[in-house]
Design a protein around this ligand. Structure first.
Ligand code: SF4
Ligand code: SF3
Length: 539
């Protein structure tokens, strides 16, 4: 195997024996072959579309397949095998585009050993040129981010063919020898399609569940048995809440589901009582203490310990061998009764040491813009010196303590704008308020970085300046491929001088980094001592 798609990759180079995430060599092989087949399917479908044909369902299938290969989503070989079979079936039902189609358009596995053998030649390292490999990888990982967000929007009935067509165009490009400038423009276009996808998901979430309101979330535990729901899919949460409302159990959010508390539609369920635990990588300790069932709706799934594995459920594209997956039935409905029945037999959750402090979330675009006058006045009269965007992901590595230290060291006249699970590094610190405005404004999940962009654009308009002339600095933390997409989206919007950490992506070659530095001023984070004066200039 060779995988370097996430920030925790071995030695900052690549996982070659087993993933730090727990991905086995065999699963990596199935994922590589699935991506390879999706490229062939995309190429054939695009050719058919140009002639007025094509299969309109192929785009969503490809998005779901790419989503399954994102870090910490699916570790189940049988599920990947089923996706491989489906990819071949989709592709072979389409007409051949020419007699000289690439291998990805014609190859099909006859056995498991065929898949493992093919994986040796079609993975990341199949592209020998380092810079081309870097550009293709950046594009592929950005597409995985688009695919995840698109899938969440689609279950809420929001679709956009231009997005799925771009995914296919970009995948098919990897079967051609495109010149470097064309590859660069596809990578930048990926950021633009990313913005569109984030906006689509924002619209899907807010039209289904209302506009997030600034909300205080409890982190204490109740006396009834609980169900813990994690991941990013709000439709799954809705179905779970509706089905469990009279079951005598409580529902808690974990990780990236925390911002769900801010949506008016979920506030009407009194048994959604709070948030349990923190970001994804603490799950081994926290799930053990929770005592009740845990439902995974997306990443980040860590291979479970035996003492709680029997209480896990997955749904959507997530999967783990031996963990039941709740599939969608007709009309997308899901039956969560096995989760609810198990909860009734469980002990209530144990309180977690250090938990108990309220958390604030729901500072999405409408909620913050309703305070716009207050915010603009506070900037003008010097109460707010600067905003620091600290959005992104959390992760296991010790060097991420930097983000807690950075938040603590920020002067009291600064405000942190955040989204994603990076916030757990500082959202329970007592950072206070400025004139009633919380110093940590949590817009929501990583996809709600879109909200931060809307806020920045509105501030730029209010001050009559460009987005890079605002008193805003970017100190972004990344881990997986949705963060890659968010970064590309920010670049597409023209945001400059982003600081990225805790490491630069292993898939960025020195030449590609040079382009990013020259055109966008991207740099790696350093120490709090060095970064703070740069991001918050002295008065
Ligand atoms: Fe390694 Fe990350 Fe790939 Fe897992 S997802 S195999 S940790 S690079
Ligand atoms: Fe977190 Fe996985 Fe990225 Fe959605 S849940 S931000 S790491």
């Amino acid at each position: 195997m060779f995988c370097y798609q996430c920030q925790e990759t071995v030695k900052g180079i690549g996982c070659t024996v087993k993933g730090v995430c727990g991905k086995e060599d065999e699963i990596a092989a199935y994922q590589d072959v699935l991506v390879f087949l999706c490229k062939g399917l995309a190429a054939r479908n695009l050719a058919a579309m140009e002639k007025g044909g094509g299969n309109p369902e192929a785009g969503l299938f490809i998005a779901e397949a790419l989503f399954a290969t994102l870090t910490n989503v699916n570790f189940d070989k049988d599920r990947f095998n089923a996706l491989i079979i489906k990819a071949v079936a989709f592709r072979d039902a389409l007409p051949r585009s020419s007699s000289t189609e690439p291998d990805a358009c014609t190859w099909k596995p006859r056995s498991e050993s065929d898949i493992l053998k093919k994986a040796e030649t079609v993975g990341i390292l199949a592209t020998e040129n380092e810079d081309l490999r870097s550009l293709r990888s950046t594009l592929l990982f950005g597409l995985k981010g688009i695919s995840a967000y698109y899938t969440h929007a689609e279950v809420l009935g929001r679709t956009d063919d231009t997005i799925t067509t771009f995914i296919q165009k970009a995948l098919a490009s990897m079967l051609q020898d495109l010149p470097v400038p064309d590859m660069v423009s596809l990578v930048l276009e990926c950021g633009g399609v990313g913005v569109k996808t984030l906006a689509l998901l924002d619209e899907a979430n807010t039209s289904a569940y209302g506009t997030p309101e600034i909300t205080t979330v409890k982190t204490t535990v109740g006396k009834r048995p609980g169900i813990l729901i994690t991941g990013h899919d709000l439709k799954d949460l809705e179905m779970l809440l509706e089905q469990s409302k009279n079951a005598g159990v409580d529902v808690y959010t974990h990780g990236e589901m925390l911002p769900a508390h801010a949506y008016p539609a979920f506030k009407k369920y009194p048994h959604l009582i709070g948030n349990y635990g923190s970001s994804w990588w603490h799950q081994k300790e926290e799930f053990d203490q929770f005592n009740g069932p845990v439902l995974f709706t997306t990443n980040c799934l860590v291979p479970p310990k035996e003492n709680y594995k029997g209480r896990l459920f997955t749904t959507g594209m997530t999967g783990f061998p031996g963990v039941p997956n709740i599939e969608a039935g007709p009309g997308g409905t899901k039956d969560f009764s096995p989760v609810i029945s198990l909860a009734k037999t469980c002990q209530p959750p144990n309180a977690l040491p250090g938990n108990g402090k309220d958390l604030t979330t729901g500072c999405a675009h409408d909620a913050v813009l309703s305070l716009a006058d207050k915010v603009v006045a506070a900037v003008k009269n010097g109460q707010i010196r600067r905003f620091i965007v600290m959005a992104g992901c959390d992760g296991r590595q010790k060097e991420r303590e930097y983000y807690t230290e950075f938040a603590q060291a920020l002067p009291k006249d600064t405000i942190i704008l955040t989204a994603g699970c990076a916030k757990y590094r500082y959202n329970s610190l007592d950072l206070g308020t400025i004139g009633g405005i919380p110093r940590v404004l949590d817009a929501g999940q990583c996809n709600d970085c879109y909200s931060l962009v809307v806020i920045a654009q509105a501030l730029a308009k209010a001050f009559g300046v460009g987005i890079n002339d605002l008193p805003v600095s970017y100190n972004i933390a990344w881990y997986e491929q949705k963060a890659v997409l968010v970064l590309l989206a920010l670049l597409h919007l023209g945001v400059k001088d982003i600081t990225l950490g805790p490491k630069l992506p292993a898939f960025i070659s020195p030449a590609v980094l040079d382009v990013l530095v020259k055109n966008f001023g991207i740099r790696k984070n350093s120490s709090v001592k060095e970064d703070l004066p740069r991001m918050v200039p002295a008065l």
